[in-house]
Design a protein around this ligand. Structure first.
Ligand code: SAM
Length: 287
C-alpha cells in the first residue's frame, strides 16, 4: 500500500470507498507527508512505544506510526472509515483498529487492557471542538499517559502555554500546566488538509509531569475555583468565587484567603498563577 499523505493518494482512497466527509466529526485529512513525519518526530516515537492514535481518519498518520512504534491502537468514531482503515493498514501487524467514540470510552481501562499498564504516547489530529474535553479526559482518567502530541488550532496552542496578563490565559492554560510541560513543535498551514479548514493549526507536545506542577489539598476543588474565576472574567476573584453555586465559601472566608495569599480584595482571577490558585485553594480548605 502506498503512503496516503498526498492529495492524489487521499483522493484515490476517498473515491474508491465513495467516502463522504462528515462535518460533525471534524474530518480534515492531512495530505502533506512532511507534516505527518514531523508530528511523529515531535512525538518521539520509538519501537518500544505503545501509541494511542485518536481519530486515524483513513490511516494517513497511522501508517507512519505503525512503522515507528511497537504497537498502535487507533480509535475512530466513524464506522464508514473502518473498512478503509482495514485496507490501508492491512500490511501492518502491530495495529489494532477500534470503532469507538473516545469521549465515551473508559480510557484508563482500555489502556490497561491493551498495553498491560505500559505508559502510552497519545498522538492525534482531532476535531478542534473536542480538543479540550479529550485533553481533560486524558489528564483526569488516571491512565498512564506519558505524552500527548496533538494538532490543535493555533490560538489554542498559544492558550495552553500562556500565563497571567494574556487575554488567552484561562482554565485550559492552567489545566495543561498543572498536568504537563507544553511545547509548541511547529505550525501547520490550512493547505495541508483536505478539506481545507478555516484556521491555521499547530502541533503541540504535552509531556506529562511525573507529579503535578503544584501541591494542592484537593485538585478537584482547585479546578472548580479556577473555572469559577474565569467564568466571570470581568468580575473580581472574590465576587466570581462568591457567586459560584458549586463553591461553599462565604465572602468573608474568600476575602481572608485572598489576602492570605498576598493578593488584594479587588484582584481578578486572571491575574493569578497556577501556584497562587493552589495556595488559594489550600487556604480556603484550612480547617
Ligand atoms: N488523523 C487523520 C488525519 O490526520 O488525516 C484524520 C484527522 S480528522 C481532523 C479527525 C478524525 O477524528 C476523523 O477521522 C474523525 O472521524 C475522528 N473523530 C472525531 N470525533 C471522534 C471521537 N469522538 N472519537 C474518535 N474519533 C473521532
Amino acid at each position: 500500500m502506498a503512503y496516503l499523505a498526498s492529495l492524489n493518494a487521499t483522493k484515490e482512497i476517498i473515491e474508491q470507498y465513495r467516502f463522504v466527509f462528515q462535518k460533525k466529526y471534524g474530518q480534515n485529512f492531512l495530505i502533506d507527508a512532511n507534516v505527518v513525519e514531523n508530528i511523529v518526530g515531535a512525538a518521539g516515537i520509538t519501537s518500544d512505544d505503545f501509541v494511542l492514535e485518536i481519530g486515524p481518519g483513513i490511516g494517513t498518520m497511522t501508517q507512519y506510526l505503525c512503522e515507528r512504534a511497537g504497537k498502535v491502537l487507533a480509535v475512530e468514531i466513524d464506522r464508514m472509515l473502518i473498512p478503509v482503515l482495514e485496507h490501508t493498514l492491512s500490511e501492518y501487524d502491530n495495529v489494532e483498529i477500534m470503532q469507538q467514540d473516545i469521549l465515551k470510552t473508559d480510557i484508563a481501562t482500555m489502556i490497561q487492557q491493551k498495553s498491560n499498564g505500559k505508559p502510552v504516547k497519545v498522538v492525534a489530529n482531532l476535531p478542534y471542538y473536542i480538543t479540550t474535553p479529550i485533553l481533560m479526559k486524558l489528564f483526569e482518567s488516571g491512565a498512564p499517559v506519558e505524552s500527548i502530541t496533538i494538532m490543535v488550532q493555533k490560538e489554542v496552542a498559544e492558550r495552553m502555554q500562556t500565563g497571567p496578563g494574556s487575554k488567552d490565559y484561562g482554565a485550559l492554560s492552567l489545566a495543561v500546566q498543572y498536568y504537563a510541560q507544553a511545547k509548541v513543535a511547529f505550525t501547520v498551514s490550512a493547505s495541508c488538509f483536505i478539506p481545507r479548514p478555516n484556521v491555521d493549526s499547530a502541533v503541540i507536545r504535552l509531556t506529562k509531569h511525573q507529579t503535578p506542577a503544584v501541591e494542592v489539598k484537593d485538585e478537584k476543588m482547585m479546578f472548580q475555583i479556577i473555572r469559577a474565576s474565569f467564568n466571570q472574567r470581568r468580575k473580581t476573584l472574590v465576587n466570581g468565587l462568591k457567586n459560584a453555586p458549586a463553591l461553599p465559601f462565604s465572602k468573608e472566608r474568600i476575602v481572608a484567603a485572598v489576602r492570605a495569599v498576598g493578593k488584594s480584595e479587588t484582584v481578578r482571577g486572571e491575574a493569578l498563577t497556577l501556584q497562587e490558585f493552589a495556595a488559594l485553594t489550600n487556604e480556603l480548605l484550612k480547617k
